[in-house]
Design a protein around this ligand. Sequence first.
Ligand code: NAI
Ligand SMILES: N[C@@H](CC=O)C(=O)O
Ligand code: NA
Length: 436
Amino acid sequence: MNERAKSLRVAVLGCGAVGSQVVRLLTEQSDDLAARVGAPVELVGVGVRRLDAPRDVEVPDGLLTTDVLGLVARDDVDLVVEVIGGIEPARSLILAALDNGASVVTANKALLAEDGPTLFEAAEKAERDLYYEAAVAGAIPILRPLRESLAGDKVTRVLGIVNGTTNFILDKMDTSGAGFSEALEEAQELGYAEADPTADVEGFDAAAKAAILASLAFHSRVTAADVYREGISDVTAADVASARDMGAVVKLLAICELRPGPHGDQVAARVHPAMIPRSHPLASVREAFNAVFVESEAAGQLMFYGPGAGGAPTASAVLGDLVTVARNRLAGTRGVGESAYADRAVQPMGETRTRYHVAIDVDDRAGVLAAVANAFADHDVSIQTVRQEGRGADAQLVVVSHAAPDAALAATVEQLRNMDIVREVTSVMRVEGGDE
Ligand SMILES: NC(=O)C1=CN([C@@H]2O[C@H](COP(=O)(O)OP(=O)(O)OC[C@H]3O[C@@H](n4cnc5c(N)ncnc54)[C@H](O)[C@@H]3O)[C@@H](O)[C@H]2O)C=CC1
Ligand SMILES: N[C@@H](CC=O)C(=O)O
Ligand code: NA
């Protein structure tokens, strides 16, 4: 707390989609923030790359600076908001800010999922807060409920849609038949996508968020590298149509769960496209919205829903953390730090039980159905449903399996691809949200 000004002095690093909205809220709501914090909250600097870059917000005169390292080194800054993104220089700037006695609020899921322990240890050593609610599911308060509200319960599963850009794309493909590139371009224009949208499309962003969710839910250190990851670039219009034929919809899901392992529960964390029944609440998540289901032993099933991306919704979560951290500084206290005591092992994806939907173009002749069924049986995979559609010289079989180790299902698909009676495996996708 800076005694000279009896106010809480804030520096914002980055003035892009999120940063510009943080600056706007700090300036437009200064009176309300002062009343809620119990002292004035004063914006003292905004670190940018270029002073002359066009901006969506009016930054008060004299606050813009390209000397970002100098800004975090000032001894009159109480709180640093990092909304630059990426690993470096964001990590070095956060560590410098903590070392200099500032508290930090960040939205940087990529950094937290890659090197969170370094940041948590630095915050602990500096005895300062490091808050990051905005890092997962945008405006949705999901991290604080996991860290605080559910601290007395045993969370067993967290499943949801946590990337707004890919949900926007898949939603457009499903509802308006839009092409992938067209929908991605629109998501970028709306400020949803990462600076490099590959992070969204290839599932890296959702995997980072899954790592953060799993770490908090299961009191263990889970990194992005521990999360099985598939993006949506291989999702085709045929997949979307096949899902519709089955009364389902394709979504990019993040699934973190406790699974039995040889030495106690293990963490299974995965991100991949999946078909979910249209009757499932996640099927109705539109545009760039997110939704997260949390299952725990005492509370049962909880659902959190709201805007998962966009400058203003994300800034809402950043400001929520800022007010909490400001109050903590005024009270001379800190929030809960990292909790990794359970130290659970990570379950390899091949051992994780999943279900598959497989659409196959086959020769329309006797014995085909039995041959396909035998391929599943060869890998001890039980079939739940089979649908056959005759189409002239060939036919299409659509098979939905029961749950089996993912490696067994993958081996079944590989075997089908090599069978003479199979002309083409036209769609392969995991299935979630139904009976196992
Ligand atoms: N856009 C969204 O909906 C959400 C974004 N986030 C996270 O918030 C962070 C910021 O995201 P956006 O605002 O969307 O990105 P952005 O790319 O719109 O803004 C980042 C800004 O930081 C500036 N910058 C980059 N390097 C810099 C440096 N060395 N010094 C000073 N400024 C620098 C860039 O010029 C840019 O203006 C990222 O970590 C992102 O993952 C989190 C939740 C939602
Ligand atoms: N690019 C991200 C932004 C929010 O985290 C997304 O699309 O969800
Ligand atoms: Na959030």
